[in-house]
Ligand binder design. Structure first.
Ligand SMILES: [Zn+2]
Length: 117
């Protein structure tokens, strides 16, 4: 059962355009990123329809097989409503973005690309 509160949060996030698809110009590589809010400590997450790198997902989905986190729900809603921003990036930038999210929790490079494209 999907928690209603999570669902609501997911809907808002999807409508705010927090789901970004980054695609490598050189190949078929792509991934979705859930953009955290700039003002808060919320982090960016690497997400797809079955996986998210957040703690909630790891504890609730992988260990207990319970609900998806709201990042994944937001992705599903965004896909359904076509509320996805797609950004084509150089392969090096693609790797940098993933590295920044993994290491710093946020990608400044991705933000720069979003605001300049
Ligand atoms: Zn998540």
């Amino acid at each position: 059962m999907e928690d209603l509160r999570l669902l609501k949060k997911a809907k808002i996030s999807a409508m705010q355009g927090r789901i970004v698809k980054i695609r490598s110009k050189q190949g078929f590589l792509f991934t979705y990123v859930f953009l955290g809010k700039d003002s808060s400590k919320h982090k960016d997450h690497i997400v797809n329809e079955n996986y998210c790198d957040c703690e909630f997902f790891i504890f609730n989905k992988i260990y207990k097989d319970k609900a998806f986190c709201y990042h994944i729900l937001a992705l599903k809603i965004a896909l359904h409503r076509e509320k996805i921003i797609t950004i084509d990036v150089e392969f090096n930038d693609f790797l940098d973005i993933i590295r920044e999210i993994r290491h710093d929790g946020k990608s400044l490079k991705l933000r720069k690309l979003i605001y300049t494209t």
